[in-house]
Design a binder for this molecule. Structure first.
Ligand code: FE2
Length: 360
């Protein structure tokens, strides 16, 4: 069949729509001679029913028909079967109608009376256009998919670099190995309890993993000091939220909630926190969540000079500081997550083994 390559793998089927049986017969003979299997319809509604039963890639349609006219048929075909090639058959005097049909989405038209050769040429041209349109569409969606894939890969790489930064800090401050990962897990459990939207969850995960990144700027002698800190040393450690925020601000411009976690995770509900003395709901929610997660992990994690607190004791401490240090809703959500099993039981032996591995 001459039309095989233009059909690009579609079945050689053709729907002929005309209310005059003689025209349908003439067109059918021509198309059958070209190897097409033909389906006939006398009205637009019959044509749609035929497409519904078994869609044809090619429709040859009259314009003036009882009921639905040619332009309405094209509109319906394009909505349901957008890859259909439609060629209109119009009367000589209806050039304006032909233009309307082309505007509605017909790929070509022939005027009555037509020569068989002309119809054949128009059909071939319409099928070629259809093939190009499909190829174009497939190329465009392939390109879009590739762009999405590459953007995703870049984002993953970017986040992996940030995680490496957080892990670099934990090598420096080796007694807190695994801290940022656990804080992130606790923070996400709280956020799920609070029903936060996906974008905020994503930013919270990033922010909570990086919340202490500013400790890179804190002297190791202070960071790893076994005993109590002097006032000056404490003030030096507490510079880390702003250091971290400055460090990450150029990188996380489109993640304001993640940045807020880094800057505000040491704010307190009563307004006595650092660095901006924010209080209550003025503290960004992601930072309030991280404050609870951070404190719980700090209390339950061991240090060389003390064991971690049992979970019940740490929970009691969170409850005691609710309304002063911590946001009540975040603490309540953490308790719910803990009782529902969303937070796995702590395993200090694993933490210590990891710690030994890092120290060695
Ligand atoms: Fe911190």
């Amino acid at each position: 069949m001459r039309f095989a390559s233009a059909l690009a793998g579609a079945p050689g089927r053709c729907l002929i729509v005309d209310d005059e049986p003689a025209i349908r017969v003439a067109v059918r003979r021509l198309m059958q001679a070209e190897g097409f299997v033909c389906v006939e319809a006398a009205t637009g509604l019959e044509a749609l029913a035929a497409q519904e039963a078994d869609p044809c890639p090619l429709v040859l349609s009259d314009f003036h028909m009882p009921g639905m006219d040619g332009a309405q048929l094209i509109a319906a075909l394009r909505e349901r079967w957008p890859q259909t090639a439609v060629v209109m058959i119009t009367a000589v005097s209806d050039v304006n109608l032909a233009v309307r049909c082309l505007e509605a989405g017909a790929l070509d038209y022939v005027t009555k009376p037509f020569a068989m050769e002309e119809l054949r040429a128009r059909v071939l041209q319409a099928l070629e256009k259809r093939r190009l349109l499909i190829e174009n569409e497939s190329y465009r969606s392939e390109l879009e998919a590739r762009v999405v894939q590459q953007t995703h890969a870049y984002e993953e790489l970017f986040l992996a670099s940030l995680r490496s930064l957080a892990e670099a800090l934990e090598v420096k401050d080796s007694y807190t190995w695994g801290h940022s990962t656990r804080v992130s897990q606790y923070a996400m459990a709280i956020a799920h309890e609070l029903g936060l939207p996906a974008d905020l969850l994503h930013q919270l995960e990033t922010g909570s993993r990086l919340h202490d990144i500013g400790k890179i700027g804190v002297r190791e002698s202070v960071l790893n000091k076994a005993g109590a800190l002097t006032d000056a040393e404490y003030a030096h450690v507490m510079e880390h939220p702003v250091i971290g925020w400055r460090l990450l601000a150029p990188l996380l411009g489109d993640m304001p909630h993640a940045l807020a976690v880094v800057r505000s995770h040491h704010e307190r509900h009563d307004g006595r926190g650092k660095p901006d003395a924010l209080s209550g709901d003025d503290i960004p929610l992601a930072a309030r969540i991280t404050a609870v997660a951070d404190s719980f992990d700090a209390m339950t994690s061991g240090r060389p000079y003390r064991d971690g607190m049992p979970v019940e004791v740490a929970m009691a401490e969170l409850r005691r500081c609710t309304g002063t240090q911590f946001d009540p809703e975040c603490v309540a959500a953490f308790e719910r997550a803990m009782s529902s099993g969303a937070i796995p039981p702590l395993d200090h032996s694993v933490q210590r083994q990891t710690l030994l591995h890092v120290v060695v």
